[in-house]
Design a protein around this ligand. Structure first.
Ligand code: ADP
Length: 397
């Protein structure tokens, strides 16, 4: 069974074609700058070199047609007929509180995704264009939508409510929704499988640390709290985002710097975080390098990041009344041994003990805690696309 996984942005289309008989990737690629001058496609058939195409791509329908043509191409393709694709799975950033799990696309589902546009104004419109494009190209093929928010829908109300007047929740749906749910779900399942333990009996904290970072408390396989909020700005320090702060900082800085609400939003999302503190870069590799050379602000940025993650681990251990497993994933979690060590240092009182030699790995599944550590600490590379393909298979097979 072949499944096409699609992640559409407002001007981009990422795709991966899976053979779900063995969960292998047959081909993948990225269409960039849709509707903007200089659009191009980078396509890769597994085992072959990247194939680049530069051409005018005015909209998502044209982009999708070009992708399907590439999948059929005699040199770069992997299909003889488009009928071989059984279904498509789409990544959707926000399903608000309409969707608690992945679902098959129908008119009602599309309508609900539209209703969630205010919660993800930069993402949901692009996702809808992607669904429309493939429905146009392959009208008989089923589509499944997989939401970044769905895994977090099991949070109790006292974890997702803000202390605003209740009306704001009822009328504007302002609450914590979280993000990266597909990743937290994938790594929590995989960590339990990797460790050979029953997920329905354990308390786990999953740390998805990338350009955007979020931490989740996963109790007995269900998310009970997560660090991102109404938007992905909340939680720990990120590449260019502030993470948590006193909400009164917002009007204070707006007044002091004479910024409008959109400018302030941009300031907090694009100019802050590792970049804003260090003044060096939003990329942790650059910040770590500068810190190692003695740059004090770069060192401070690293310390804020590690301290923030550590505090979430403490808070979520208290929330769950214990802790059995910590999972690190995404660019930083999978690759930065020093961040993992910095986060876990001082958590020995919780039963967390890192083995520095075991921690000296990058980008692969591994147990990095010492043999006598009560809490198992693991690195699990995330794979959101595979999770989307699995859900799509389950709902359409
Ligand atoms: P995104 O959220 O955009 O998907 P990623 O999950 O790819 O991002 O994570 C990007 C982050 O991972 C960057 O901050 C990058 O510096 C960091 N990263 C990648 N490799 C390393 C490494 N070897 N050491 C430290 N940080 C790394």
């Amino acid at each position: 069974m072949k499944i096409l996984v699609i992640n559409c942005g407002s001007s981009s289309l990422k795709y991966q074609l899976f053979d779900m008989d063995n969960e292998s990737v047959l081909a993948k690629g990225l269409v960039d700058r849709i509707g903007i001058d200089g659009s191009n496609i980078t396509h890769k058939k597994t085992g072959s070199e990247d194939h680049k195409v530069s051409t005018q791509i005015p909209d998502h329908k044209v982009a999708m047609d070009l992708v399907l043509k590439l999948l059929l191409d005699k040199d770069h393709g992997v299909l003889k007929s488009l009928d071989e694709i059984s279904a498509a799975g789409h990544r959707i950033v926000s399903g608000g509180d309409y969707f608690k799990e992945s679902v098959l696309v129908n008119a009602e589902v599309l309508d609900a995704i539209k209703k969630c546009i205010p919660l993800a104004p930069l993402h949901n419109p692009g996702h809808l264009m992607g669904i429309e494009a493939i429905q146009h190209a392959l009208p008989k093929m089923p589509n499944v939508v997989v939401f970044d928010t769905a895994f977090h829908q099991t949070m109790p109300d006292y974890a997702y409510m803000y202390g605003l007047p209740y009306d704001v929740y009822e009328k504007q749906r302002v609450r914590r929704y979280g993000a990266h749910g597909t990743s937290h779900h994938f790594v929590s399942l995989r960590a339990a499988e990797f460790l050979g333990i029953d997920i329905s009996k354990i308390k786990m904290i999953t740390c998805h640390l990338g350009n955007g970072s979020s931490i989740s408390a996963v109790q007995n396989g269900k998310c009970v709290d997560t660090s991102m909020g109404l938007t992905p700005l909340a939680g720990v320090l990120m590449g260019t985002r502030t993470g948590d702060m006193d909400p009164a900082v917002v009007p204070f800085v707006q007044k002091a710097l004479n910024l409008g609400p959109d400018e302030m939003n941009n300031f907090m999302n694009k100019k802050s975080g590792l970049l804003g503190i260090s003044g060096v870069s939003s990329d942790l590799r650059d910040v770590e390098e500068a810190a190692n050379k003695g740059n004090a602000r770069a060192k401070l940025a690293v310390e804020i990041l590690e301290y923030g993650i550590k505090k979430y681990i403490g808070a979520y251990t208290a929330a769950m009344g214990g802790l059995d497993v910590i999972v690190f994933t995404a660019g930083i979690g999978e690759n930065s041994a020093s961040t993992r060590e910095g986060v876990c240092k001082g958590l020995e009182f919780l039963g967390v003990k890192i083995d520095p030699a075991k921690n000296n790995i990058r980008g692969k599944e591994a147990i990095i805690s010492a043999d006598d550590s009560r809490v198992k600490v693991v690195v699990i590379p995330t794979n959101e696309e595979l999770m989307i393909a699995r859900d799509t298979k389950r709902l359409t097979a």
